[in-house]
Design a protein around this ligand. Structure first.
Ligand code: 4AD
Ligand code: MG
Length: 434
């Protein structure tokens, strides 16, 4: 019987020596070369890569013919004997007894001559994601997300979900996507923060992991129009408590990637260091002075411009917080200091080496009267915030939280030039396909 006696194994298991001597590997042909009567194919599967060889006159005739015929990216099943071989990548190879082509691939379009621009690679993203760098980036991304699940579970945060069709603009009207909802205009969620706040009296500490949408018209290396956000919110928590959660989460993300994704960091040529705790803190005013000295000054009250943020980020070796943003640069719900009514209890977490903003967070206004005043001072439509306001009538304690971008975090941790590489199928101002 075909396949009898062969243990179905992953490429990684074969290389680690935990598979047994007779294996079956199912995967795709990543590369191939022939030397005289010897054909080598490197097979990729979900766990890694392993080399297979077949020698004319030694392997069965049908197996030799199949490996010879198999094209790059064909789906194949290989059965054979694991052999030590110092010349093989990973020090082991499978000497093929049987080689089946399950789905023969046409001529692979992503060749050195065909790839004239990064844009071509993203036009062919449905295929180019099979490349080693894309694979490494996705594995690191999954590790970053996994770390968040573990961090929040270990720290008593409940995972919640929230709708994507919403009415309120959490982060301002200028980046809202609206869609037709049975003849009515509704928005795609920019942030689940308001729903998290609503969940606090029920669950006290919550977090959420879901897509956010921003009609960001700027073409930059850190903006997507659809991205995944991790947000957390806690009741009876000041802004100082909020910063500790961010430090804990980011520390765990880096720790996990260093522990479990060393090979992937190597593929990407990334040197990642574990940041020390606590992360450095600088105030908005200090950040502004720094920018000023670099000739990148900006008005007090403005958001920190991209160039200035990059310069500050480049001056640091660890993620750091910029605290105490002016109210003018923040959303309406931010709490201000009692003695400094124009300064918010808020912070951005910024990645070093020029990568820039990872997270934004702050303490929210929990008092009903104060929030009504703020909404009217800023000329916002109070009716869109009706239920958000009503929460303040029924037991809202001081609370704070933050949102951290999954692709921004992955980009920094994996050291990717552009945020689109941190997404399997990125959505940007100029890309909505594949
Ligand atoms: O800074 P933002 O806009 O903050 C909020 O949405 C808050 N309501 C979050 C909260 O307090 N619960 O977005 C949070 C994070 C940013 O720091 C960034 O990492 C990411 O989301 N982000 C984007 N990532 C990719 N592309 C974009 N266009 C992004 N906009 C924000
Ligand atoms: Mg922000």
């Amino acid at each position: 019987m075909k396949g009898a006696g062969f243990k179905v194994s992953g490429a990684a298991e074969v290389l680690m020596g935990s598979s047994g001597p007779e294996v079956e590997v199912r995967g795709w042909v990543a590369r191939k070369h022939a030397v005289g009567g010897l054909v080598f194919a490197v097979i990729r599967d979900g766990s890694g890569y392993v080399q297979v060889s077949a020698k004319k006159g030694v392997a069965e005739e049908s197996a030799f013919e199949a490996i010879r015929k198999a094209t790059r990216e064909s789906a194949v099943v290989v059965r054979g004997t694991v052999k030590e071989d110092r010349r093989a990548p990973g020090g082991k190879e499978i000497s093929a007894a049987e080689f089946e082509i399950v789905s023969l691939a046409e001529s692979w379009p992503i060749t050195k001559t065909a790839v004239k621009s990064a844009s071509y690679l993203f036009d062919k993203r449905h295929l180019s994601i099979r490349g080693p760098k894309a694979i490494a980036s996705m594995r690191i991304r999954a590790e970053v997300i996994g770390a968040a699940f573990d961090y929040f579970r270990e720290n008593g945060f409940h995972l919640i979900s929230a709708p994507t069709f919403v009415q309120a603009a959490v982060e301002g009207g200028s980046t809202l996507f609206s869609v037709d909802y049975f003849g009515k205009k509704v928005n795609l969620s920019q942030s689940a923060q308001f729903y998290e706040e609503a969940a606090l009296p029920a669950l006290q500490k919550v977090w959420i992991f879901q897509p956010a949408f921003r009609a960001e018209k700027s073409k930059t290396s850190k903006h997507l129009t659809e991205f995944w956000m991790i947000e957390a919110e806690q009741a009876f928590a000041e802004q100082t408590d909020n910063l500790k959660v961010q430090e804990g989460l980011v520390t765990m993300m880096v720790e996990r990637v260093l522990e479990r994704r060393k090979a992937e960091l190597e593929v990407l040529g990334r040197t990642l260091r574990q940041p020390a705790l606590p992360f450095p803190r600088m105030s908005y005013d200090e950040a502004r002075d720094f920018a000023d000295k670099k000739g990148l000054g900006f008005e007090w009250g403005d958001d920190i411009p991209t160039e200035a943020e990059r310069a500050i980020s480049k001056s640091q070796e660890s993620p750091f917080f910029v605290t105490d943003y002016p109210l003018a640069a923040r959303s309406f719900y931010h709490m201000t200091y009692a003695d400094r009514p124009k300064v918010t209890k808020s912070a951005d977490l910024i990645a070093p080496e020029g990568f820039g903003e990872l997270a934004t967070g702050g303490q929210r206004i929990h008092d009903h009267r104060q929030l009504i005043d703020r909404i009217s001072k800023q000329d916002l439509p109070a009716e869109s915030f009706e239920w958000y306001l009503e929460l303040r009538k029924f037991g809202m304690p001081p609370h704070s939280g933050f949102g951290i971008g999954v692709e921004r975090s992955t980009r920094w941790i994996a050291g990717l030039k552009h945020i689109r590489s941190a997404s399997l199928f990125p959505r940007t101002v100029s890309r909505i396909s594949p």
